[in-house]
Design a protein around this ligand. Structure first.
Ligand code: MG
Ligand code: MG
Length: 258
C-alpha cells in the first residue's frame, strides 16, 4: 500500500534528508587513504545525534551501524569495520536518519584520493543516471519511466544495472511501497501521484549486473569483482516537477575544497 504524504509531512522529510545531505558532506571531509570505515561511521553517528536525530539504519533489521560503507566491488550494505581506505578506492556512503517520526535516506559514492579514469567515469555516469531518473518522477508518469531512464543511460555508457536491489517509498518507514527499480520499461509499473515520496538509488556496475551476498549476511558484492557505484535521492512527486529533498551541494562544496 502506498502511503501519501501531506505537504507538512513532506517538509519534515525535507528537513531529514537535508540532515542526511549534511551528514554525507561531514563524512566526506574524512574520506582519505588510511581512514577506517568504522571512523567514518562514528563521525556520522555523532553528527546525526548532535542534530537531534537518530541514525536510521542502526538496528534496522539488525544492521549494526549508522552508515552502509561499500568499497569498490561492494555494491551496498557494507558494514563499517577496521578496513583502511586506500588511494584509488571508491566508497558508497549510504545514510539514514529518523526525526519527528520520519526517515531520511540518501547515498553518495566518493573517490579516495586519485582514482582510475574508468572508476571516475562510473561515478559520473551513475550520478547522471540518477538525475535522468529523477526527471521522470512527475505525477502522471509511471515507476517504469524512472527505471527506463536510469537503465538506458547507464547501458549506453557500457555499464550494467543491479536488479536485486531497488529504490522505495520513504516516510514513517524506511522502505515503503512502491518499489522503484533502476531498470524497466516506459509506461509500466505503478502510476506516480502527488504526495508520493520515493528514493531513487541507482546501483551501477562496471562489469556484469549480477551480485551476491557476503557471508556476513549484509554486504552485496558484484559477481565479477568489478567496482560498483551508488547514488540516492529522496524525491517528492509533484504535479509538474520532481521535488528533490536531498542535495549534494554540501558534498560538492567539501569535494571542491579538497
Ligand atoms: Mg534507500
Ligand atoms: Mg539509502
Amino acid at each position: 500500500m502506498i502511503v501519501f504524504k501531506s505537504n507538512e509531512e513532506i517538509e519534515i522529510l525535507r528537513e531529514n534528508n537535508l540532515l542526511v545531505s549534511q551528514t554525507l558532506a561531514e563524512v566526506g571531509r574524512y574520506i582519505k587513504p588510511g581512514m577506517t570505515t568504522r571512523k567514518l561511521d562514528q563521525v556520522a553517528e555523532e553528527f546525526i545525534r548532535d542534530h537531534g536525530a537518530i541514525p536510521g539504519f542502526k538496528g534496522y533489521q539488525g544492521f549494526p551501524a549508522t552508515l552502509c560503507t561499500s568499497v569498490n566491488d561492494q555494491v551496498v550494505h557494507g558494514i563499517p569495520s577496521g578496513y583502511e581506505l586506500r588511494e584509488g578506492d571508491i566508497i558508497s556512503i549510504d545514510c539514514g536518519v529518523v526525526k519527528n517520526g520520519f526517515y531520511g535516506d540518501s547515498a553518495f559514492t566518493f573517490a579516495v584520493g586519485e582514482i582510475s579514469p574508468d572508476k571516475d567515469q562510473l561515478l559520473r555516469v551513475t550520478r547522471e543516471s540518477l538525475e535522468k531518473g529523477v526527471k521522470q518522477a512527475i505525477a502522471g508518469n509511471r515507476v517504469g519511466d524512472i527505471g527506463y531512464a536510469v537503465q538506458s543511460y547507464a547501458e549506453e555508457h557500457g555499464f550494467s544495472v543491479v536488479r536485486e536491489l531497488v529504490g522505495h517509498g520513504l516516510g514513517k518507514n524506511l522502505h515503503e511501497a512502491p518499489e522503484v527499480p533502476n531498470y524497466g520499461k516506459r509506461g509500466r509499473g505503478p502510476k506516480l501521484k502527488v504526495g508520493m515520496v520515493i528514493c531513487i538509488e541507482p546501483m551501477i556496475n562496471m562489469g556484469v549486473k549480477d551480485v551476491y551476498q557476503d557471508r556476513d549476511g549484509w554486504t552485496i558484492h558484484t559477481a565479477d569483482g568489478k567496482p560498483s557505484a551508488h547514488f540516492e535521492y529522496a524525491v517528492a512527486v509533484r504535479k509538474n516537477n520532481a521535488d528533490v529533498l536531498t542535495t549534494f551541494k554540501y558534498v560538492d562544496k567539501v569535494l571542491n575544497q579538497k
